[in-house]
Ligand binder design. Sequence first.
Ligand SMILES: [Zn+2]
Length: 191
Amino acid sequence: MELDPSLMADLRQVGQDLYRFGLVTSHGGNLSVRLGSHVWITGTGKRLGYLEATDIACVSETGELLGGATPSSDTAIHLAVYRSADASAVVHAHAPHAVAITASAAVFVPEDLEGRYHLDDAPVVDQGPGAAERVAAALAERRVAILRDHGVYARGEDLWAALHWVMALEESARISWLRRSLVALSPAREE
Ligand SMILES: [Zn+2]
């Protein structure tokens, strides 16, 4: 199985963007792309900001390793998304504001215009057994979902679309965070 150079270029650039914008730590997050009956996915423990072709794994739709690196430990989640949602790419990141603001929420509803326009809302699903199927079910209905206390998963027709939804969600979460901070601070400022 040969990794197409243009696909590798997209994986590398999207990984760099996630790292540059603080959406993953040095070894966090993962990316995948579905091409026909197989899936290219970043290897476990690889650094998204510095991806090389040897960091990428190729697996079948059922998770059988077809070549390359040891696949991400999140491979089962990516494959579950491809089974149930209209997606050709999945991005998983550790968007800090989105995770923090939904710690005890069932859903995140953007308060800003852009977020409402692009995302409607983002379901929050719980960790534990069945999490892969819960993420997949959420992404069958929405472009991005949050795994509680962990990170976000987005789907798209390509990596760039999935990156867009991750960034849109994080921006909306950051705006909501700022708004709530201002409200919390306002009584003190009036004294
Ligand atoms: Zn993660």
